[in-house]
Design a protein around this ligand. Structure first.
Ligand SMILES: Cc1cc2nc3c(=O)[nH]c(=O)nc-3n(C[C@H](O)[C@H](O)[C@H](O)COP(=O)(O)OP(=O)(O)OC[C@H]3O[C@@H](n4cnc5c(N)ncnc54)[C@H](O)[C@@H]3O)c2cc1C
Length: 436
């Protein structure tokens, strides 16, 4: 790569990986020297109306591990990763003016689908020369047999149309790196401090709880190892449909969610690897069901895009007239002190590890809304603060659903929590594990 190549910015939002990364690939292909940025927007660091800092300690630790992993991989190619916090436009302007004073800089970035993220995109578009990519999606929106505004309200209809009419694209071709010399890679002095320590470089900041379902370690390296392990240790993926409602241990479900949310794992890679597994080993209901679940993730992205700010409103995407409240019962729920043993066990797992099974999430959400009569948005905000795998589309989409203001054709999903515990925690093992 020559010193004469102009700089360009690759702004990675939630695509923290080198595989299937069209932003980096295109930047280099078009003849630029990339500087890769990650920006934590101010909103994630400020206390919200419910009293939480959206980027809670578990996700922050996972994010930092993911960035450390990405930084070391980029360094091998002589490319810098900068970590910034604050107002997105201000941070992009700071980097852009530091890199070039004479011309407007070229940007490459991955699109997001939730309202606030899309609002930022419109502002960025007005200020910069930017090329966007749908790197977080499995499907290409241009290939859909419906427009985003006409996304089917019911998941089964959405899935049916995708399965019938859409071919999932192959992965972005590998980046043809040509390693920059130290001199070429050297950034202006002002930017160098942003390449150094990340706010949470060390692993010792959060104690690990040895009851955790899975040892979540952030980054593409760990993500690819998990994908490989889950698929090619064939008994896991081939029994997913029977085990997916489990509560304890690493292999009852894929544990891909946190990697997918930060983009350490591309959904297309998951899809094509499962297809390869089906061709080379076996295709059964379980292998299909993992793709089925990944399509839920996809569905909620289109739903978020379709409904904009309404996803976050009290009456949700149905615009239902609702009266919502919170009181001390919400605090008890957060702490895992409601007195309902199955709910409390799940909430304690979440608090200690940043993870909760899908079965657990459905039950604690239903209990908060339908048994305790609390504002579903407070529950969603608490999940945002605690979950390692938080993403606004999946989280608010699922909370809308449980609260009866979302895509569910039924009025609302009230679970009989005691009955669910009897069915899914037959021996009470899970509840006992988190009893204290
Ligand atoms: C109230 C509530 C809030 C949730 N918040 C989030 C969230 O913020 N982020 C998140 O990734 N998932 C969320 N989920 C969905 C689901 O619980 C998790 O994706 C899943 O438990 C993660 O574990 P896994 O990776 O082992 O999932 P698996 O069972 O192995 O599923 C494979 C993948 O499919 C996707 N998936 C599965 N179920 C869903 C679903 N219901 N909605 C969307 N995608 C799904 C995930 O990407 C997951 O990694 C939420 C569910 C509920 C009920």
């Amino acid at each position: 790569m020559s010193t004469h190549l102009p700089w360009a910015i690759v702004w990675l939002r939630h695509s923290l990986r080198l595989h299937d990364n069209p932003m980096i690939q295109r930047c280099i292909q078009e003849g630029y020297r990339p500087v890769v940025l990650y920006i934590t927007p101010s909103r994630e660091l400020e206390i919200d109306r419910w009293g939480f800092t959206p980027l809670g300690p578990h996700r922050k630790r996972f994010l930092m591990e993911s960035l450390v992993d990405l930084r070391s991989q980029l360094e091998e190619h002589g490319v810098n990763l900068l970590y910034l916090e604050g107002d997105v436009i201000e941070q992009l302007s700071l980097v852009s003016t530091s890199l070039t004073s004479t011309q407007s800089i070229k940007l490459y970035a991955d699109r997001e689908y939730a309202y606030l993220d899309q609002k930022i995109e419109a502002e960025v578009e007005a200020a910069f020369d930017i090329t966007w990519f749908h790197a977080q999606l499995l499907t290409n929106p241009d290939d859909l047999p419906f427009s985003v505004t006409a996304t089917p309200h019911i998941f089964s209809k959405f899935r049916g149309k995708i399965e019938k009419y859409v071919t999932i694209e192959t992965l972005t071709e590998e980046t043809k790196w040509s390693k920059m010399s130290q001199q070429e890679a050297a950034l202006p002095a002002l930017l160098q401090e942003y390449t150094k320590a990340l706010p949470c470089d060390s692993d010792d900041t959060l104690p690990k709880d040895n009851r955790q379902a899975f040892d979540f370690r952030g980054g593409e390296t760990a993500a690819l190892a998990r994908l490989n392990d889950y698929l090619w240790n064939t008994e896991y993926v081939t029994t997913y449909k029977e085990t997916r409602n489990g509560l304890i241990g690493p292999n009852y479900s894929t544990k891909f969610s946190a990697y997918l949310s930060l983009g350490c794992l591309s959904p297309k890679l998951v899809y094509h690897e499962i297809k390869r597994f089906e061709e080379e080993v076996v295709a059964n209901q379980s292998t299909y069901w993992v793709i089925f679940e990944v399509l839920w993730r996809e569905f909620f992205r289109y739903v978020a895009w379709q409904h904009g700010r309404h996803l976050f409103w009290p009456g949700g995407i149905q615009h239902k007239p609702v009266k919502l409240r919170t009181n001390h019962q919400f605090d008890a729920w957060c702490k895992g002190e409601t007195g309902q043993p199955f709910v409390d066990a799940n909430m304690r797992e979440l608090n200690a590890t940043g993870f909760m099974s899908n079965r657990g999430r459905q039950n604690v959400a239903s209990y908060l809304v339908h048994d305790l009569g609390q504002d579903w948005r407070a529950g969603a905000a608490y999940f945002e603060y605690q979950l390692l795998d938080y993403d606004p589309c999946s989280n608010y989409g699922n909370w809308n659903y449980v609260a009866g203001v979302g895509n569910d054709p039924r009025a609302g999903r009230k679970f009989n929590v005691a009955g669910q515990a009897e069915r899914y925690d037959v021996q009470g093992e899970f509840t006992l594990l988190w009893a204290d």
